[in-house]
Design a protein around this ligand. Structure first.
Ligand SMILES: *Cc1c(COP(=O)(O)O)cnc(C)c1O
Length: 402
């Protein structure tokens, strides 16, 4: 017999690496979530930019349950139809000519960094192995990806870390110029730094990164784990900038809540992953790919992408107004439906307090560091849910500032 579980069960049976909210969500529909007690929340967190079509979207439920009655898993000893359909659609809709599937953002980046090293080793030799990444970036939690990530606090206590990784300043062309050399195999950039505070890249910075990579024979990797799959208003954020990477990583929104990651690249670069060089037991799993196929089909409709722009404008306008009225937000930044509210100096470091106050008013938000309140709602969030979320935030800020 299964026993009742509560929030305190978490502290009894889980490793203490997370500190989840006080309530336990049990059901979701669109941008609304209900907890164990039946209390309802407006969800503008979107499972950290994962629930791209909200909770339990009927078309995703159908895709998953149809596939669940067909074939769950065969491993990569065999290929499968959903994986091939999804890869074909991604190739059709993006710069990519080849796709590798895995189960998370970290794995997609792990594959990207390994491919960049392998490609450089194949074409130039072992000396060309340096990976350059930006300070304050986030690329996942495996030892390699966390080392490429530019937040030293995440590697503390895990030494020795992989070698051949150096960091430069985001949006700072000179700082990249100073590090890049013929020993560089790849430069990795998030088009919007997500975990690092929802900070978008400057146009000139991405263009310079592309040019410097070309000059030094390095690959340009865009980590679009957070910015990808419609969130920016384009299918991928690189399309907003018109700067094309050699490798792009995708996860989070790609599965709409079902775990999947993908690495997209060109035929030439992808060719270095010859048989046996890399792999994943679950990568390209039929259940995950069937769901992601439907996600990409829905997100790449023009009406969905137009909707993202309209909803983003409505949400950011509302956030700016509230931020100004209560003196809590200094600015609202980001791209599309990935928004960050930067706290004023009066509330510096108190992003968690805003989150807590919002939770008390029935609103789910995120933080990005201690100084930015982050929102990454469903791309299909309704105007009514945006407005209700804003009025709950208004009550939360009113209480916080009282
Ligand atoms: C979340 C995130 C990752 C890691 O993805 P996981 O699925 O948690 O492994 C990597 N890069 C970026 C930019 C992210 O936002």
């Amino acid at each position: 017999m299964s026993q009742a579980v509560t929030r305190s069960t978490f502290d009894e049976v889980m490793v203490p690496n997370y500190s989840p909210a006080g309530f336990i969500p049990v059901r979701g529909e669109g941008s609304r979530v209900w907890d164990q007690s039946g209390r309802e929340y407006v969800d503008l967190a979107g499972g950290i930019a994962v629930n791209s079509l909200g909770h339990c979207h009927p078309e995703l439920v159908a895709a998953l349950t149809e596939q669940a009655g067909q074939l769950w898993h065969v491993s990569n000893v065999f290929t499968n139809e959903p994986a091939l359909k999804l890869a074909s659609l991604l190739v059709e809709k993006t710069f990519a000519e080849r796709v590798f599937f895995c189960n998370s953002g970290a794995e997609a980046n792990e594959a990207a960094f390994k491919l960049a090293r392998k490609y450089a080793s194949d074409h130039f030799g072992a000396h060309k192995h340096e990976i350059l990444s930006t300070r304050n970036s986030f690329h996942g939690r495996t030892l390699f990806t966390v080392s490429v990530g530019g937040q030293p606090k995440y590697t503390e206590g895990f030494a020795p870390v992989p070698a051949g990784i150096r960091h430069f300043d985001y949006n700072d062309i000179e700082s990249l110029e100073a590090l890049i050399s013929d020993a560089t195999c790849a430069v990795v950039v998030e088009p919007v730094q997500g975990e690092g505070g929802v900070l978008p890249a400057n146009q000139a910075f991405l263009e310079a990164a592309r040019a410097l990579c070309d000059k030094h024979g390095a690959l340009l990797i865009f980590d679009e784990v957070q910015t990808g799959v419609g969130r920016s208003g384009s299918l991928y954020a690189y399309m907003e900038y018109g700067v094309t990477p050699d490798i792009l990583t995708s996860a989070k929104s790609l599965g709409g809540g079902f775990p999947i990651g993908a690495m997209l690249t060109t035929s030439k670069v992808g060719a270095s992953f010859v048989v046996g060089t890399h792999g994943s037991t679950y990568g390209g799993n039929p259940l995950a790919c069937a769901v992601a196929l439907r996600v990409i089909e829905i997100v790449s409709r023009q009406e969905t992408l137009d909707g993202v722009r309209a909803k983003a404008a409505r949400l950011s306008r509302g956030l700016s107004e509230l931020g100004e009225r209560f003196g809590v937000f200094e600015s609202v930044r980001g791209m599309g439906l990935l928004l960050g509210c930067v706290l004023t100096s009066a509330y510096a470091g108190r992003a968690r307090d805003v989150l807590k106050a919002a939770e008390e008013e029935g609103l789910m938000l995120l933080v990005a560091g201690t100084n930015v309140v982050r929102l990454a709602p469903s791309l299909l969030v309704s105007d009514a849910d945006i407005d209700e979320g804003l009025s709950r935030l208004e009550r939360a800020l009113s209480r916080l500032t009282r």
